[in-house]
Design a protein around this ligand. Structure first.
Ligand code: 16G
Ligand code: ZN
Length: 534
């Protein structure tokens, strides 16, 4: 009977209206919201199958992150907060593209392939959505899919992407990670933050006030609750908080605008040397920046946040006297100056992996303490369970010196400021603020660590971007034959030159990245390489 409901619903309520295929990419499915109803319904079905297979709670997040307001998208969240396992991406793509009359076949194929026998289980599917006007009816489609397949939808309404990851992990760890409620999330973060900050809200050059650009999205809506919990320990002045239906989501503001345009967003007061930050449309990315006395814009992107965090963790870790392996993960987009600084000054091991959170997160898990960040501001820190245990045991055995004890306590509290399940703008902001406060730094002090090399990102539209394939964490192309040799020859002409090309995973374009010692050289280098791709 249930199966009949699945297919009747599919045909009558959520017929497949779009002929062209879509594919489950690095950010799940993402396209115009009007094309997504049947995809959402089908993702509801798939989430239940995945949950039965894993015997765990699975998450579904409805968002198109930094894309314009008329777009939307969906991604599945695996039991420990990871992105959907890669081997299931092809099933997501299949189930989304099959015609209504063949939907049953794909579902049966999945059941057979994974030997799913517990088809009567009613697993919980945790559902969240961003503030886009289309998200409401799209989440209803997901819920209908979950119900039709016999799952139990748990609708969290409007939440940030990282909040949804957090809920999934809380539920799957039987609350060991925290309470699976919004309130539980804010309490965990703010209690830890206040504990580390102590009674002195300011320190040295550090002032406890930050201007916050909410990108007119969920990050604006949620900061209001966080502020209550902070109780004045940090003053978050919010801007760009016109939320639902204003049409202004991510428009001339937000982390993606600031990072890709390298510009101050609209909507914030242009006071000199004031610390500002911007989050994106689902609040999983953050960048910091300021305008100087001459209104020159200075950006502190994901690379700089990563180095701030890694340098701090290294220092505190040394003070604990406990031996744990700290590592940092970047992508090819990381500014060469940041990589040099981490390697030569901080002396923390750095790994480079292909673009996309799943690759960074996975690699970070190979360290006891793994810091990962994309230059665009998406990142977090992950701690191995064994590392957390080692810290707690050391504290309990009580043979630490006072300094070691304070450092260990600090580190343990800091773990609770961090959302380890995925990059989280709100949690990252609290972590950055904690470190700046600890160091007594204003934003200019922070910037002094190293100087970014001028860099440029271009988009090139080609007939078929899949002809470009890459290796070495996307830093070298394999095909078309000869292209890499040409790029090498161009790069060699520029001091500190570096350039690579890769097909985008989210748009039908090829991306060209270049950096060099001067911005004139950088522009020339990018243009020359782009010409070879075209
Ligand atoms: C997706 C990725 C993001 C990456 C971006 C690159 C996730 C959750 N998101 O948005 O990490 O930076 O794609 O896009 O993995 P591109 O392939 O178009 O350059
Ligand atoms: Zn995002």
């Amino acid at each position: 009977l249930r199966c009949r409901t699945v297919y009747a619903f599919a045909r009558e309520m959520y017929p497949k209206t779009i002929k062209h295929d879509i594919s489950y990419g690095t950010a799940g499915f993402r396209t115009r919201a009007t094309d997504l109803s049947y995809v959402m319904y089908r993702m509801g079905l798939l989430a239940v199958l995945r949950a039965r297979y894993k015997n765990a709670v699975i998450g579904v997040m409805i968002t198109a992150s930094h894309n314009p307001e008329p777009d939307n998208g969906v991604k599945l969240v695996d039991p420990m907060g990871e992105m959907l396992e890669q081997s299931w991406e092809k099933w997501a793509t299949k189930i989304a593209n099959v015609t209504d009359d063949k939907l049953e076949n794909v579902i049966n194929d999945i059941i057979a392939e994974y030997n799913i026998e517990n088809m009567n289980d009613r697993p919980e599917i945790v559902i969240g959505k961003d503030t886009r006007p289309s998200s409401l009816h799209l989440s209803k489609a997901v819920i209908d899919g979950v119900l039709a397949m016999g799952g139990k939808p748990v609708d969290y309404g409007i939440v940030t992407t990282p909040q949804l990851h957090y809920f999934v992990v809380c539920k799957n760890t039987r609350r060991a990670y925290g309470q699976p409620t919004e309130d539980g999330y804010y309490k965990k973060l703010t209690n830890a933050f206040k504990k580390v900050r102590g009674q002195n809200f300011n320190n040295g050059n550090y002032v406890n006030r930050v201007l916050y650009d909410g990108a007119n999205g969920v990050g604006a809506k949620k900061i209001k609750y966080l502020k209550e919990g902070l109780e004045g320990s940090l003053i978050v002045d919010m801007y760009n908080d016109e939320i639902i239906g204003s049409g202004k989501l991510n428009y001339l503001c937000g982390a993606d605008f600031v990072k890709s345009q390298q510009k101050f967003p609209t909507g914030l007061p242009q006071d000199p040397n004031v610390r500002c930050c911007s989050v994106d449309g689902d609040a999983d990315r953050i960048v910091y920046y300021y305008l100087d006395e001459n209104k020159k814009f200075h950006l502190m992107d994901g690379d700089r946040i990563a180095t701030l965090i890694a340098g701090f963790l290294k220092e505190v870790l040394e003070k604990t006297g406990i031996s744990l392996k700290l590592g940092l993960v970047q992508t090819a987009y990381a500014n060469g100056a940041s990589t040099d600084y981490i390697t030569n000054e901080l002396k923390v091991p750095v790994a480079c992996v292909p673009t996309g959170v799943k690759h960074l997160h996975h690699k970070a898990l190979s360290y006891d303490i793994g810091v990962y960040f994309e230059a665009n501001g998406h990142g977090t820190v992950v701690f191995k369970n064994s590392a957390k245990e080692k810290l707690r045991t050391a504290l309990e055995t009580n043979n630490l010196s006072d300094e070691q004890k304070h450092a260990t306590e600090r580190l343990i509290n800091i773990i609770d400021i961090i959302n380890e399940t995925v990059g989280d703008a709100i949690s990252d902001m609290l972590l950055v603020e904690t470190i700046l406060h600890y160091r007594g730094w204003d934003i200019k002090d922070w910037e002094k660590a190293y100087t970014d090399l001028p860099n440029k990102l271009l988009k090139v539209t080609v007939q078929d971007r899949t002809v470009i394939t890459t290796t070495d964490a996307e830093r070298k192309c394999v095909t078309p034959e000869g292209l890499q040799a040409e790029i090498d020859a161009i790069v060699a002409k520029y001091p500190k030159g570096r350039s690579f090309v890769r097909p985008s995973g989210t748009e039908d374009v090829v991306r060209v990245y270049a950096e060099a010692s001067t911005s004139q050289d950088c522009d020339k280098l990018a243009a020359e390489v782009a010409k070879k791709v075209f």
